[in-house]
Write a protein that binds this ligand. Structure first.
Ligand SMILES: [Zn+2]
Length: 103
């Protein structure tokens, strides 16, 4: 499993390479996605080191929590899946117009 980061400039979630360097040799950032990192580099803005350290720490903790939850077979760790429509009851299956037609 790979570390998941949230870009602090555009809010996108991104998976940088595990080696934290892109195939073209540019370093990956824990703070910005590749697009925002390139834009910041073009403007001469350096990655804030403290923010990068915190982002890396949070990503590692989130990954460890997800792995621990998976190892426990934790159902609560799964995303909350709710039905897209209410359950059909016997009354609802008859349709909404039944009562008015009889009455
Ligand atoms: Zn971005």
């Amino acid at each position: 499993m790979r570390l998941l980061f949230v870009c602090q400039a555009c809010g996108a979630r991104y998976f940088p390479p595990t080696a934290m360097a892109y195939p073209d040799g540019t370093p990956a950032s824990a703070v910005w996605c590749s697009v925002c990192r390139a834009a910041a580099a073009a403007r001469g803005i350096r990655e804030p080191e403290a923010l990068a350290a915190v982002a890396m720490l949070l990503a590692v903790r989130a990954l460890n929590a997800a792995l621990a939850a998976r190892a426990r077979g934790d159902r609560a760790a799964r995303p909350d899946v709710r039905p897209s429509r209410p359950a059909r009851t016997r009354r609802a299956a008859r349709g909404p117009g039944t009562r008015t037609r009889l009455g």
